[in-house]
Design a protein around this ligand. Structure first.
Ligand SMILES: [Zn+2]
Ligand SMILES: [Zn+2]
Length: 230
C-alpha cells in the first residue's frame, strides 16, 4: 500500500462504468484490476498525471466497437485537443484497432450520465480551477489546495468522500493531511478516503493517526456502497 500509481477511479452503477481521469499508468491499472470496458470518461483537470494515459482507452473503443464520450470543462478540453488531437477525429477503418475514437462533451454544470446526476464541484488547485464531482452520496475530490465555500455547500450531506491529501507539509497546489481532516471535520461524511498522497506518507503509520472514519486509499481499493448512489 506504500507503492502508489497515479489517481484514476472507475465509478460503476447500473451496469455502467465511468472512468475518472486517465493516468500515465492507466493500462497497468486496468489490466491489474480486470477493467475490460468503460462506458464514458470524465476529467477533473488536464495536469499530465491525470490525462497522459488517454491513448490507452483505444482498447475500450476496439472492444465496444464505438466511440467513447469524454466529459470535461472547456479548459481541460483545450489541452486534450492539443495533446490528443488525432483521437478526436473519426478514424479510418484500418485505424480503428490502434487509435482511440473520442467524442468531446462539455461540462458546463450538472449533467446526466446513465441516469445519474453528476454535479461538478469547483475546487482551487494552485492557480487552476479544477473539478471534483458529486454523484449522489459519493464525492470524488482529487487535486485541490482549497475548497471554496459554495463548493463546500454542494458537498454537504455526502456520505462517502474521496479527498486529496498530499502530505503533511504545506503545499502550493494540494491540501495537506491536516487541511483535509478539517474538511472532513466540517462535512462529517460517514467515510472519508484520502488520495493523491506522496510516497513520504507511509500507509500504516499515517492511518494509525487518523480518526476511524478516515482511511488512506490505495491502489486496487474497491469501495462498495449499499447506499443508493442518487
Ligand atoms: Zn493536478
Ligand atoms: Zn494530480
Amino acid at each position: 500500500r506504500d507503492n502508489r500509481t497515479r489517481c484514476s477511479v472507475v465509478i460503476s452503477y447500473g451496469g455502467k462504468r465511468v472512468l475518472v481521469d486517465t493516468t500515465p499508468e492507466l493500462r497497468i491499472q486496468c489490466v491489474a484490476r480486470g477493467v475490460d470496458h468503460v462506458d464514458a470518461v470524465v476529467f477533473t483537470h488536464a495536469h499530465a498525471d491525470h490525462i497522459m494515459g488517454l491513448d490507452d482507452v483505444r482498447r475500450f473503443n476496439a472492444i465496444a466497437k464505438r466511440p467513447l464520450d469524454i466529459f470535461a470543462d472547456a479548459q481541460t478540453h483545450a489541452v486534450l485537443q492539443r495533446s490528443f488531437e488525432y483521437a478526436f477525429e473519426e478514424p479510418r477503418r484500418e485505424q480503428k484497432v490502434f487509435r482511440p475514437h473520442l467524442v468531446p462533451k462539455l461540462i458546463a454544470g450538472p449533467f446526466d450520465l446513465f441516469g445519474q446526476t453528476w454535479t461538478p464541484i469547483k475546487m482551487i488547485h494552485g492557480d487552476l480551477t479544477v473539478l471534483g464531482f458529486r454523484i449522489g452520496n459519493l464525492a470524488y475530490c482529487t487535486d485541490a489546495s482549497f475548497i471554496p465555500r459554495e463548493s463546500m455547500e454542494l458537498l454537504r450531506g455526502v456520505e462517502v468522500l474521496v479527498l486529496d491529501a498530499l502530505q503533511h507539509k504545506k503545499h502550493p497546489t494540494h491540501l495537506t493531511i491536516a487541511e483535509s481532516l478539517a474538511v472532513v471535520e466540517e462535512l462529517r461524511p460517514r467515510q472519508a478516503w484520502f488520495t493523491h498522497m506522496s510516497h513520504q506518507v507511509r500507509h500504516a503509520e499515517t492511518e494509525a493517526m487518523l480518526p476511524p472514519n478516515v482511511r488512506l486509499a490505495y491502489d486496487g481499493l474497491v469501495i462498495s456502497s449499499d447506499l443508493p448512489i442518487g
